[in-house]
Design a binder for this molecule. Structure first.
Ligand SMILES: Cc1cc2nc3c(=O)[nH]c(=O)nc-3n(C[C@H](O)[C@H](O)[C@H](O)COP(=O)(O)OP(=O)(O)OC[C@H]3O[C@@H](n4cnc5c(N)ncnc54)[C@H](O)[C@@H]3O)c2cc1C
Length: 470
């Protein structure tokens, strides 16, 4: 039986990172991939979705400035946008990523991987043959997630779009209905509206992106409507069906049934970990469940040899978080026993619409529920000098949640054009638990959007905080 030190199952962005570290430590590493090396993020998620969004965002920036507005007399050409998207996904060809694995000393095994008992993995190739492998040190599972269709009557009987079609389609439906107002629904609603679809976004609670500060959903709903999207909130989708070329969606709004018609229906209501056909039952785990992990990314209830990183452990379905976990699992499996999640680590989140929404740490409500004594400060980002230099009509909001007892920031949220790049300063403040009295001396350059930090702290000072107290 072929034996490696470490076998990684799943060569998405997270699996690739998990494999690279033991290879750097000189260990023998294999990675198993059933489809495309690079996974969801490279081909049907982060990269194509942002490439579809950015032309519309750039156009909006240019239109917001009177000096460039007059230069723009054409609309977006979807064919050009799709061409750029296809380049960015390498036309769904993974040969360059395959080269990257080989350059990094990682052996690629093509096929469907399954656990087959302690430290054992089988791989079923395209020819149907199954080969067993053994991992002397560790198996790292990085099989990602898949769409989790909601229980809507009729959904299984008609063809619908998932995030895959939303990011890879090359025709613009005249009418597109998207069910689900989370990150994927919101981003893709704006992208397809800019590409020329009449988009309706149907969401089942009062706010889009309900786990963020309420003003995020409110400001993004306004922006989407400004981009031509019809946003319907508090709507429970009950039934979908097709009649000829049309899809009809029935939903309950305030006890009455409403119908919308569309040419395509996309469902973006959440994802589930990909553990159903993974042989987890051979090591006593339940297929379909997320693989719960400890702070070293070792799967709970297993004797130290099995790790799970990225979407499959259900902690945070984001590439950068998965890659952070991969660095920890990869190092720990290589013998670096101190590799573990940092106590103050927090999850940075960005919605790449225009305006962007960027957040880290706790919302005010979450901090209160966690028992913290909190203060909050907010500021209008449009009042920062940088906003005026960008263009006219900038609108945006910044909010900090402060742990009053500790004098540190525990949550930060920004909404506005170009705010995503502000997020890492908040990440450093939160992860470093930097005292506000020290943050006060972090002078932001003029005229950058980072000046919002100074304004937020000045607002806090005006509310009674003394930045010079001993
Ligand atoms: C539309 C959309 C946009 C997104 N945008 C962003 C964004 O901007 N930023 C961000 O951080 N996150 C974004 N995400 C989330 C991000 O895509 C995921 O968090 C990320 O792809 C997870 O990486 P992963 O490696 O864990 O899983 P995946 O990328 O799903 O990779 C898993 C890999 O494992 C393979 N595999 C699965 N089972 C087996 C098996 N049994 N044997 C062999 N191979 C197997 C799969 O083929 C796949 O290649 C987005 C998601 C969506 C849907």
């Amino acid at each position: 039986m072929d034996t490696y030190d470490v076998i990684v199952i799943g060569a998405g962005a997270v699996g690739e990172n998990a494999a690279a570290i033991p290879a750097q430590h000189g260990l023998r590493v294999a990675i198993v991939e059933s489809h495309l090396v690079g996974g969801e993020c490279s081909y049907w998620a982060c990269i194509p979705s942002k490439t579809l969004l950015n032309p519309g965002r750039i156009l909006q920036f240019a239109r917001s400035n009177p000096a460039t507005r007059s230069l723009l007399d054409r609309e977006l050409d979807p064919a050009e946008v799709f061409r750029r998207r296809d380049e960015m996904t390498s036309n769904w060809d993974d040969s360059s990523q395959e080269d990257w694995l080989s350059d990094n000393g990682i052996e690629l095994i093509r096929g469907h991987g399954r656990l087959a008992g302690e430290r054992l993995v089988t791989v079923t190739g395209g020819d149907g043959r199954t080969t067993p492998y053994r991992a002397d040190r560790a198996v790292i599972v990085a099989t990602g997630s898949e769409p989790n269709p909601p229980g809507i009557e009729g959904l299984e009987d008609i063809d619908t779009w998932t995030s895959r079609e939303l990011t890879s389609a090359s025709h613009v439906p005249r009418r597109l209905a998207i069910v689900g107002g989370g990150a994927v629904g919101v981003e893709m609603a704006q992208a397809w509206a800019w590409l020329g679809s009449e988009v309706t976004l149907v969401h089942n609670s009062s706010h889009l992106l309900p786990s963020e500060e309420p003003f995020v959903g409110e400001e993004l709903a306004r922006a989407l409507e400004g981009s031509g999207v019809r946003v319907i909130t508090d709507a429970e989708t009950r039934r979908v069906r097709r009649s000829g070329d049309e899809a009809i969606i029935e939903m309950d709004i305030d006890g009455t049934t409403e119908r919308i018609t569309a040419d395509e229906v996309a469902v973006a209501t959440g994802r589930r970990p990909r553990t159903k056909d993974l042989g987890v039952e051979t090591v006593g785990l339940s297929p379909g469940d997320p693989l719960d992990v400890d702070d070293h990314m070792r799967v709970e209830g297993i004797d130290g040899w099995l790790y799970a990183v990225g979407d499959v452990n259900g902690r945070a379905l984001l590439t950068h978080v998965g890659k952070y976990q991969a660095r920890i699992a990869g190092a720990h499996a290589s013998g670096v026993t101190g590799a573990r999640i940092h106590a103050a680590s927090a999850i940075p989140r960005v919605i790449f619409t225009n305006p962007e929404a960027a957040a880290i740490g706790s919302t005010e409500q979450q901090a209160i529920e966690a028992g913290l004594d909190v203060d909050v400060v907010t500021h209008d980002i449009g009042a920062i000098a940088a906003a005026g230099t960008l263009g006219e009509g900038y609108s945006g909001t910044a909010k900090l949640v402060i742990d009053r007892r500790e004098g540190v920031v525990v949550g930060a949220t920004f909404v506005g054009p170009q705010v995503a790049e502000l997020l890492h300063s908040a990440t450093i403040a939160i992860v470093g638990r930097m005292p506000l009295s020290q943050l006060w001396h972090a002078v932001p350059a003029f005229p950058t959007f980072s000046e919002v930090w100074l304004r937020l702290l000045e607002n806090y000072r005006d509310g009674g905080w003394d930045p010079y107290a001993a």
